[in-house]
Design a binder for this molecule. Structure first.
Ligand code: GLA
Length: 749
């Protein structure tokens, strides 16, 4: 990575291994994006401003300043006074109107003030952020100022050395005397000066509970296309991601410009094609339900956006993001460690369990090499269904005889670690805590909050509430040897209103909530540095890069069906490393869709993630149980490869309606594993040709079929890398539905 500056022309060039971003000043003061794309050597881009011709800059064509505003590729477009394309910043001041007090939007036009190059990357206080030392990242801070309104805008860019990523974030400082309100403060903007014949598609991830992160591509026409969440969480319905693709982009060809938001609350991702075919993409905290008060001297830091460009298709975008998240976002004890293979009792028992049942599950699991028991929902208060006790974080001794410690000790004695479930952000109306403090949940005055899953959301803007919740979490974790926490959040936030905050701060509630969640998770990790934290939001409703800063893995979806998981995991793998994807083998008929699939196929699908079980191991058939030690052993063998290797998508069931396949190749390219699931058997179909990817052309590989049912490894043959990649392997069609195939490739030296 390298940041170069042409002092005289005020041009800035940020390079990653294969990309460049070039910024410059028009008329010496308006900061704009000159170029983003493949890496270029020179930064002699000044002519691209069209200073001599239409539309001109304000200095060269004063008569048509409006036209400049309309087309200029502003890096951080502020107030809309001629800039009819999407803006990033809107500010108000208190004002007295005819009908009383209110606020008025003010004109903010920040222009260039100064810049600074920083080795490494500064932390974004209180927010999750990517990081790196001086050898892996360099940063550029550009300061813009509106001298009339005394507002300072600090744009922070960081370019990485080991991945084609540039991050962007913004800090707004009130340098004036009075109060200002930020109505909108997005984090990033990118404008492509495209020609009319260049057509773009927009790729996003949409979903629902149990159907998270399905990929969708649409052609971008004139006008705007957005993905957004107002749910207080990033959401099952949307992921804070957007990519512009040159028309017809595939896994391996085409141009991709992507943005991904390191944030876990409301967001806006928007692409706009204007009348000149320029395409702008913006991302940031959603301006709806947002208004942040800044007194004199105060500042607001936006979360950061990860920006990546690929000249060779989607796979390269995926690998750039995976590298970034593995090396520069995930932290802590488990960053580079194999995660324990766990068994979770949710689908095994739901709320109907006691110490004996859990102990029996742990003892049986130990025989198969499973390494951790997770006690899910239902261990506290008087919770025997989802209608009570959230907030009463005291062990229910009617279920756990003698409390938590005897159970944890017994599980540890059986050879397993112990993990526990919490839902810290919500409170049940039927709880002692709610009866004592009805004002501790978000609500509008004189109105009852909307109930979702029998829950209200705890007012995390009120420090008394967060102190109470944290003290209970801590007390439980200190009472026994708990080594894992599943942090759940089973509802969106329906009331962005806190009884604790004054009226002019109600627009801060939803962002403050997320900041408080981050602060509490940070505290948890400081107090328990070896804790494995797994986030979860009714499945995968807040699976975003923000959460990865605190938890190296995330429960991917409540839908554990092996077929449904194919599209869910494909969409998730598109952005997130496989080591972050919580994937478990569950019982059949599947509890969400009722489908019956073979145990081996369920195991094979779960291997594309953190791997574990979600079933009553004491009750499943002997035949299925016998496969567990086989799967556990294989997963232990493959987990390093899956955690650190490069991911390549080979086929998508979503697209071909027959089968799904991907592979993971080690960084040395000497070891790989290929997974194939044939979903439906089709009549009169020929065999599939599987063209592998990411191998060394000249290397020779032994290809073995690995049985996920009995662990045997049968040699298929020995082939060169180029034959495997360009001619491919024939995978015979199976005369059955839901079959799985696992191949292991080992280089022969
Ligand atoms: C959510 C989670 C499940 C489970 C339940 C418990 O739905 O996604 O895995 O923990 O809550 O209520």
């Amino acid at each position: 990575m390298k940041i170069t500056v042409n002092q005289e022309k005020k041009l800035f060039k940020l390079d990653t291994p294969k990309t460049s971003l070039v910024l410059g000043l028009a008329d010496g003061k308006y900061l704009g994006q000159l170029y983003y794309g493949r890496r270029v050597r020179s930064m002699n881009f000044a002519d691209l401003w069209h200073t001599e011709e239409y539309p001109g800059t304000p200095e060269s064509a004063a008569r048509e300043e409006g036209k400049f505003e309309d087309v200029f590729a502003y890096e951080y477009p502020a107030s809309n006074n001629g800039n009819f394309n999407e803006t990033c910043l809107s500010v108000s001041r208190p004002a007295i109107h005819e009908n009383g007090h209110g606020t008025s939007e003010i004109l903010v036009k920040p222009t260039f003030d100064s810049f600074e190059i920083l080795n490494g990357k500064p932390d974004l206080e209180g927010l999750p952020h990517t990081f790196g030392d001086e050898s892996s990242v360099q940063s550029l801070k550009i300061v813009l100022r509106d001298v009339n309104e005394k507002i300072r805008v600090e744009l922070l860019y960081s370019a990485f050395a080991d991945t084609d990523v540039i991050t962007k974030s913004v800090k707004i400082v009130n340098e004036g005397e009075g109060v200002i309100y930020l109505n909108k403060a997005l984090s990033a903007c990118m404008t492509l000066n495209a020609n009319p014949e260049e057509r773009f598609e927009v790729l996003t991830l949409h979903g629902a509970w149990a159907r998270e992160r399905h990929m969708e591509r649409v052609e971008l026409g004139f006008g705007a296309f957005s993905r957004e969440s107002y749910r207080g969480v990033s959401g099952h319905q949307e992921n804070p991601f957007m990519a512009l693709l040159s028309r017809g982009t595939t896994c391996d060809s085409g141009e991709v410009y992507a943005m991904h938001f390191v944030y876990s609350g409301n967001f806006l991702a928007k692409a706009i094609k204007n009348q000149f075919s320029q395409v702008r993409m913006v991302m940031g905290i959603h301006p709806e339900h947002f208004r942040w008060k800044l007194s004199s001297g105060e500042s607001f830091q936006t979360p950061e956006v990860v920006m990546t460009y690929s000249a060779s298709g989607l796979s390269e975008m995926t690998r750039s993001l995976h590298t970034l998240y593995r090396n520069h976002l995930i932290r802590g004890f488990y960053k580079d460690r194999r995660r324990p293979i766990l068994i979770n009792n949710w689908e095994a028992t739901y709320f109907d369990f006691d110490s004996e049942k859990l102990q029996a599950i742990a003892e049986e699991a130990a025989k198969s090499g499973i390494e951790m028991l997770v006690m899910d929902d239902g261990w506290f208060g008087h919770r025997n269904g989802d209608d009570s006790s959230l907030g009463d974080w005291y062990v229910n001794e009617a279920k756990l005889t003698g409390g938590l410690k005897p159970l944890v000790d017994a599980v540890n004695k059986a050879g397993l670690k112990f993990g526990i479930w919490f839902e810290p952000e919500n409170i049940s109306p039927d709880s002692d805590v709610y009866r004592a403090h009805p004002d501790w949940v978000y609500q509008y005055p004189e109105s009852t909050p909307v109930m979702v899953r029998h829950e209200y959301t705890a007012d995390f803007c009120n420090p008394e509430v967060t102190e109470y919740v944290y003290s209970r979490l801590k007390a439980v974790l200190e009472s026994a040897n708990v080594e894992y926490v599943k942090w759940d959040m089973n509802r969106p936030i329906t009331e962005g209103h806190s009884l604790f905050l004054p009226p002019d701060r109600q627009g801060e509630v939803l962002h403050r909530h997320i900041l408080a969640v981050y602060a509490m998770q940070e505290r948890l990790l400081k107090d328990f540095p070896q804790l494995l934290l797994e986030n979860c939001t009714a499945g995968g409703g807040r699976f975003d890069p923000g959460m990865l800063y605190y938890s190296p893995q995330f429960w991917c979806s409540d839908d554990t069906d092996a077929v449904e998981r194919l599209a869910i995991q494909e969409g998730t793998q598109l952005l997130y490393p496989l080591s972050t994807i919580g994937a478990h083998v569950s019982d059949v008929p599947n509890h969400t869709v009722g489908r019956v699939t073979p145990f081996a196929t369920r195991g094979l699908v779960a291997m594309g993630g953190t791997f574990g079980y979600e079933l009553d191991i004491t009750k499943i058939s002997d035949e299925d149980r016998a496969q567990i030690p086989v799967q556990v052993k294989l997963m232990k063998e493959f987990s390093e490869l899956i955690r650190t290797g490069e991911y390549y998508r080979l086929a998508s069931y979503r697209e071909n309606n027959v089968y799904d396949s991907y592979m993971v190749v080690s960084n040395e390219k000497n070891h790989a594993v290929v997974f194939v699931v044939q979903v439906l058997s089709q009549p009169n179909e020929k065999s599939h040709i599987l063209k592998l990817k990411g191998l060394k052309e000249e290397a020779t590989y032994e290809v073995r079929e690995v049985s996920v049912a009995n662990g045997s490894k049968r040699l298929w043959g020995t082939y060169s890398g180029d034959v495997l990649m360009y001619a491919g392997l024939i995978v015979a069609r199976e005369m059955a539905d839901f079959t799985g195939l696992c191949l292991e490739l080992t280089e022969i030296l």
